[in-house]
Design a binder for this molecule. Structure first.
Ligand code: HEC
Length: 183
């Protein structure tokens, strides 16, 4: 069964990713936004979404708000060299912080692989993963928690055999899930 899933995922997903219209919130812009955020913002603001020292969610998908802060907030004036594209990517990242990426992918998996990944459920965290558990198939589906996004992989664990399958980098999965509107 795992092999079937891997087979299906490895062939269907790269094709499905960004065929036709891609949303602006591609995994690339999220990765770039995350890197820019870590370099320029994290020191003062912490990591989205939970560890932020003040609520930055107003800046989600709102680069204009960040530009406004850079112009009016003396603490942030040194960030003036950041380009509009940089700010757009940062605003995208703030809108899709790490745990939201994972929810998007896991929810998308539930919709596409209902035989294994049902009933639909909530994410939980443990042992270095954010994952969901599906009792009927004794199946676990999740993403390792380590940032940055580029080092995060999607995993499937068969609870019967204990076999953990690494389905690869989350990027193509995230692109497909974002294109599908995080179902
Ligand atoms: C040197 C410290 C510092 C850095 C670096 C910094 N900020 Fe700020 N930021 C602040 C301070 C101080 C405030 C004002 C907090 C307040 O008013 O309570 C602020 C406020 C904000 C606000 C307004 C939040 C609100 O709800 O009003 C946003 C949005 C914001 N920062 C985004 C960013 C982003 C994005 C970056 C990186 C590109 C960044 N900041 C980098 C210190 C910093």
């Amino acid at each position: 069964m795992i092999r079937v899933l891997q087979f299906a995922l490895s062939f269907v997903l790269p094709l499905a990713a960004c065929v036709g219209v891609c949303t602006a919130a591609s995994a690339d812009s999220i990765d770039q936004g995350q890197a820019l955020f870590n370099t320029n913002c994290l020191g003062c603001h912490g990591t989205p979404p939970n560890a932020m020292k003040i609520d930055l969610l107003a800046a989600a998908n709102n680069p204009g708000l960040i530009r406004g802060q850079i112009k009016t907030n003396p603490a942030m004036s040194f960030l003036a060299p950041l380009t509009d594209t940089d700010l757009a990517n940062i605003a995208t990242y703030i809108a899709y912080p790490v745990t939201d990426d994972t929810s998007c992918i896991l929810g998308w998996g539930e919709v596409n692989y209902p035989t294994l990944l049902s009933p639909r459920t909530e994410s939980q965290q443990g042992a270095g993963y954010e994952f969901r558990y599906y009792p009927p198939a004794n199946a676990y589906f999740g993403v390792n928690l380590a940032p940055p996004t580029s080092t995060r992989h999607l995993y499937y664990l068969d609870g019967h055999t204990g076999k953990l399958s690494d389905l690869g980098d989350i990027t193509p999965f995230l692109n497909s899930a974002l294109s599908a509107g995080c179902p």
